[in-house]
Design a protein around this ligand. Structure first.
Ligand code: PBG
Length: 325
């Protein structure tokens, strides 16, 4: 009677047989930062072992990924010049447009997801166009976002991922893609994106911190749960194909809520702060880095994620190859 459950835990082989969470390499997406210039592979100080690459240096990294069977990347661009309307985000020779074309030309088997947002391209660092009171103008912004998404798809992006959190942007992007003939390009919507301190290292990496104020008027309040379901339902109605929750680790309850309420694939984004906390604690021998990566990642999948964007994607693929995961 007493050891009913324990019988299934007596050997590793039996534990593996009955384990409920199995992580597949095909569900991993690796983020890559691309910078203007040549011969650049520069480590991001706030994110040990993550780099900013110029286009000519990114090919080696992609080869490494493909050898590990990781064939999905999400690209973030760091333009040379910014202006108040984020022109660099949608021009044909913008950093993401050029990188996408160059990567697609060399690697037929890679799936490119592009982050659709303005914050890396605006001089003020906000995710949209500002009105005269310095407030983001939602409706003007979604027109630009549609242009950005179209320019990415024209360059060869396979999936577009709007991360700006404007209202009605999924519908606007869907309409633009459809009317230009891209009816089969999926939209992975950052539907549930909280205003979070966990993005700190990314903003250093992408040089995208807002120069004044914060993103609380368009990103979500982390005290709210129902609002996450509401936001996700809107995006489903507008035509999103994949729903994202971001960040991941402090939001496992939200991932579970979305899993149970939304009948679309759920993607979690384990963000820069989650990565750097583990990396730096590991480097200082405060934790066992490898075990920590495995445990935290498993918890995200156990919560209900089908897909994971993570800076640990290469480590995870290695752990899977070594039978540790
Ligand atoms: C762009 C964007 C951000 C992240 C992904 N896309 C930054 C932000 O919203 O400030 C964060 C990713 C990370 O922290 O790893 N809007």
């Amino acid at each position: 009677m007493i050891n009913r459950g324990r019988r299934l835990r007596q050997t590793q082989s039996i534990r593996d047989l009955v384990c409920e969470t199995k992580i597949k390499k095909s569900s991993l997406i690796y983020p890559i930062f691309i910078e203007e210039g040549e011969n650049i592979k520069e480590e991001i100080k706030a994110m040990p072992m993550q780099y900013r690459y110029s286009i000519d240096r990114v090919y080696d990294e992609i080869e490494t990924l493909l050898k590990l069977d990781i064939d999905k990347i999400i690209l973030f661009g760091i333009p040379k010049e910014k202006d108040c309307v984020g022109t660099g985000a949608y021009v044909e020779d913008g950093i993401i447009q050029r990188a996408t074309r160059a990567i697609k030309q060399r690697f037929k088997d890679i799936t490119i997801i592009t982050d659709v947002c303005m914050c890396e391209y605006t001089s003020h660092g906000h995710c949209g166009i500002l009105d005269k009171n310095n407030v983001v103008d939602n409706d003007k912004t979604i027109k630009i976002l549609s242009k950005i998404a179209l320019s990415h798809v024209e360059a060869g992006a396979d999936i577009v991922a709007p991360s700006d959190m404007m209202d009605n942007r999924v519908e606007a992007i869907r309409n633009t893609l459809d009317s230009n003939g891209y009816i089969n390009t999926p939209i992975m919507s950052y539907a549930v994106k909280y205003a979070s301190s966990f993005y700190g290292p990314f903003r250093e990496a992408a040089n995208s911190a807002p120069s004044f104020g914060d993103r609380k008027t368009y990103q979500m309040d982390f005290r709210n749960r129902n609002e996450a379901i509401k936001e996700a339902l809107y995006d489903v109605e507008e035509g999103a194909d994949i729903i994202m929750v971001k960040p991941a680790l402090s939001y496992l309850d939200i991932i579970r809520d979305i899993r149970e309420n939304i009948k679309l694939p759920v993607c979690a984004y384990s963000v820069s702060g989650e990565y750097s906390m583990i990396k730096l604690a590991g480097a200082n021998n405060l934790i066992d880095e490898e075990k920590m990566i495995i445990e935290t990642t498993t918890s995200i999948y156990r919560a209900g994620a089908d897909i994971l964007i993570t800076y640990f994607a290469k480590d995870l693929a290695r752990f899977i190859n070594e039978g540790k995961l």
